[in-house]
Design a protein around this ligand. Structure first.
Ligand code: ATP
Length: 240
């Protein structure tokens, strides 16, 4: 991502959500993005994933440049290279777990190979729940389905926006452990927006955003150290 800006128009005002962000996200790494509310975290994730287009600057996903693609090509590329996990799970209530998981493959005109579906279901620990409907599952199980759906296309990058925001501590830890495994055993890249220092401590690297710019990049440490860094940044922003 190079010199990316994103400006939203709100009535007569302009909101500068990103003000010139340049960063390389290491392939095969687990990157957490933190920052105060409104600092541009979701906008950053959306631009990095090709869900939104920057106002200026360039974005690469793997070897391809996204910024000049039209919407059709972007959609194809997202299906091919990216997986998504959101706070609200975003599962389709009328579909079974198996059909939710394989939906991205079917949308791309493909079919799920049974052995691969079984493998993905095993990796996220969903066991025998594939015929259930999402409403019959706990929040943690629903997020496992969302993660399986994100992995089924073998994406290069999994983008996660507050993936544990709706989960209790224990369930959150299980989902974070799975994201860690995606990086460690499958070699995929995970980019995760979170406000939770405990979640960020699972990452290799933490980017701190404030007011639309990256103000710090640190190798991940303990949750306490990350929380201290966050409150230092909060104080220096308040003093500025
Ligand atoms: N579609 C939009 N239209 C107008 N303004 C927007 C839009 N999306 C985001 N913004 C504004 O851009 C800024 C950054 O928003 P963003 O959602 O990226 O922040 P965030 O760090 O993810 O916040 P939070 O932690 O509260 O989710 C905010 O001022 C927000 O109000």
């Amino acid at each position: 991502m190079n010199a990316v800006t994103k400006t939203y128009r709100r009535g007569a005002h302009e909101v500068h959500a990103l003000r010139g962000v340049t960063v390389g996200l290491p392939r095969g790494g687990f990157i957490a993005v933190m920052g105060p509310s409104g600092s541009g975290k979701s906008t950053f994730l959306h631009c990095a994933a090709g869900l939104d287009t920057p106002t200026s600057g360039t974005v690469h996903l793997g070897d391809v440049e996204l910024s000049r693609m039209n919407e059709t090509r972007l959609t194809e590329l997202r299906r091919e290279k990216a997986g998504f996990v959101f706070q609200a799970f975003n599962l389709i209530p009328s579909l079974s777990v198996a059909d939710n998981i394989t939906l991205p493959l079917r949308l791309a005109g493909g079919r799920a190979d049974r052995a691969w579906l079984d493998e993905v279901v095993r990796r996220v620990g969903l066991g025998d729940r594939v015929t259930h409907r999402p409403s019959q599952l706990s929040g943690g199980q629903q997020q496992r389905v969302a993660l399986a759906r994100a992995l089924v296309t073998r994406p290069e990058v999994v983008f996660a926006d507050e993936p544990t925001g709706a989960l209790d501590t224990t369930t959150a830890a299980e989902v974070l452990g799975l994201l860690r495994q995606v990086v460690d055993t499958m070699g995929q890249t995970v980019v995760m927006v979170t406000h939770d220092p405990v979640a960020a401590a699972y990452a290799d690297q933490v980017l701190f955003l404030a007011d639309g710019v990256i103000v710090d990049t640190v190798r991940s440490g303990t949750a306490d150290a990350i929380a201290r860094r966050m409150s230092d940044l909060g104080r220096s922003m308040a003093a500025a």
